[in-house]
Design a protein around this ligand. Structure first.
Ligand SMILES: Nc1nc2c(ncn2[C@@H]2O[C@H](COP(=O)(O)OP(=O)(O)OP(=O)(O)O)[C@@H](O)[C@H]2O)c(=O)[nH]1
Ligand SMILES: [Mg+2]
Length: 407
């Protein structure tokens, strides 16, 4: 790659000598699962989940109400949940705990993960700030750069307004810009960086995991389970993605790894009945936390979103206060479409908090800032890898420093 500009000392100290090539996913790229070939994505849109039997959207009549038909639910459970559906491929096994690369501290992993986002910003900022004094044209270029980095128009303008107020026609360095960028990002993210509080008065504390396909729901459940187990809490998992045997097996692998029970049902069974049973079982056994996995669904598939509403309705029949947390997993590589996901899942499923996954190696991490500013929903965790330990409580200051490329 031809370099048109000598890297700054700061860039060289960080080993940033080249602008990274950034493949930009299409704006409507909604299934960002790495391994999913385009034809599978089309199949999902048209038929439901890849590997799933073709199905009609569930109607209220064809879904068994667990309160009215408890026996029918029992019958379904006693089927063979282990039997994989014909033709279904098992999910790739998640990496084992010890398999992660050598331990680095958390901030290092976050800033490495966000390196492509911060490099893009750094390189662009470096290219813009060639003059020593800050003028209007430079501010305009900076605003465009910040918008292109998915930070959102409001944040971009807040940054340029602040620089205009403080530095117009004065000497300015790229470090000054990074400092203002980090401060503004932190001020947006600070109020939404909220730990997920497990209310011990809710027993079980019911967590429902929702999101588009491939966004990291099942993996996040595995990682969360490890955290809660390490805190001495008991956990029951419900394999609510009943469309694919492979999805059930994937959760079972995480269950084995964490030594927790995974409640399953045969492929094609009603997910809401399973969710109901999971809450009931946890109530009977005094389990602290139930985490319910769901099938990935695109937010524009209204019949699938209705099904999510039904799962919630049925859970409430067992505990009117549940689910106590409805977490939306967002794939950081998705870009602008994540805004629409938050909006629709928020309306339909009453999302209470966000988990942003795949912040390792994305150039689109800035979207988290736009989401925080627009929706103000709590951001509980971020995922920076596929391994069991790659989930951390969200820290606004760390994220801001990492994306602004500040050490
Ligand atoms: N690099 C990286 N990969 C992740 C992260 N979280 C999940 N993944 C990977 O993303 C892929 C999809 O993750 P899943 O947990 O299966 O996603 P899902 O939302 O359950 O998918 P569906 O059940 O198909 O809707 C898997 O290959 C995961 O290993 C993360 O934080 N970083
Ligand atoms: Mg899944």
């Amino acid at each position: 790659m031809a370099e048109n500009k000598k890297p700054s000392l700061w860039d060289r100290m960080l080993g940033r000598t080249q602008a990274p090539a950034e493949p930009t996913p299409p704006a409507d790229d909604q299934d960002s699962r790495d391994a999913a070939p385009p034809e599978m994505q089309v199949e999902w849109v048209e038929k439901g989940h890849p590997g799933a039997p073709e199905r009609e959207p569930p109607t209220p009549e064809d879904v068994t109400d667990p309160l009215e038909h408890p026996d029918a639910i029992e019958d379904e459970i006693t089927g063979d949940p282990e039997a994989p559906a014909e033709g279904s491929e098992p999910e790739p096994a998640p990496p084992a705990p010890g398999q992660a690369e050598k331990p680095r501290n958390w901030f290092q992993r976050l800033s490495d993960g966000l390196k492509r986002s911060s490099d893009n910003l750094s390189n662009s900022i470096g290219a813009i700030f060639t003059k020593r004094r800050l003028d209007e044209a430079t501010l305009q270029d900076l605003e465009d750069t910040l918008i292109a980095a998915d930070l959102g128009i409001d944040t971009a303008m807040a940054i340029t307004d602040r620089l205009r107020a403080e530095k117009f026609d004065k000497d300015i360095s790229t470090d000054d810009v990074r400092e203002v960028l980090a401060a503004e990002v932190e001020s947006v993210l600070g109020p939404v960086a909220e730990p997920l509080a497990i209310d011990p008065g809710k027993k079980p504390f019911v967590i429902l995991m929702v999101g588009v396909n491939g966004s990291g729901k099942t993996t996040t459940i595995g990682k969360l389970t490890a955290k809660y187990k390490a805190e001495g809490r008991s956990v029951l998992l419900a394999a609510g993605d009943t469309f694919r045997a492979a999805a059930v097996e994937q959760l079972q692998v995480w269950g084995q790894r964490n030594d927790v029970e995974v409640l399953t049902r045969p492929t094609g069974a009603d997910a809401s009945g399973l969710a109901f049973d999971a809450v009931a079982k946890a109530q009977e056994t005094g389990t602290d936390i139930v985490i319910i996995d769901t099938a990935g669904r695109l937010q524009n598939r209204s019949e699938l979103m209705d099904e999510l509403e039904k799962i919630i309705r049925v859970i409430k029949k067992r505990d009117a206060t549940a689910p106590h947390a409805t977490l939306l997993t967002l794939d950081a590589t998705t870009g602008q479409n994540a805004l629409n996901q938050v909006e629709i899942f928020g309306q339909k499923a009453g999302v209470t908090g966000l988990v942003m996954t795949k912040l390792d190696g994305t150039a689109r991490g800035g979207i988290l800032v736009a989401i925080a500013r627009k929706f103000g929903l709590p951001i509980h965790f971020i995922g920076v890898g596929e391994s069991i330990g790659d989930l951390e409580p969200f820290s606004a200051a760390d994220f801001a420093r990492a994306i602004a490329g500040r050490e």
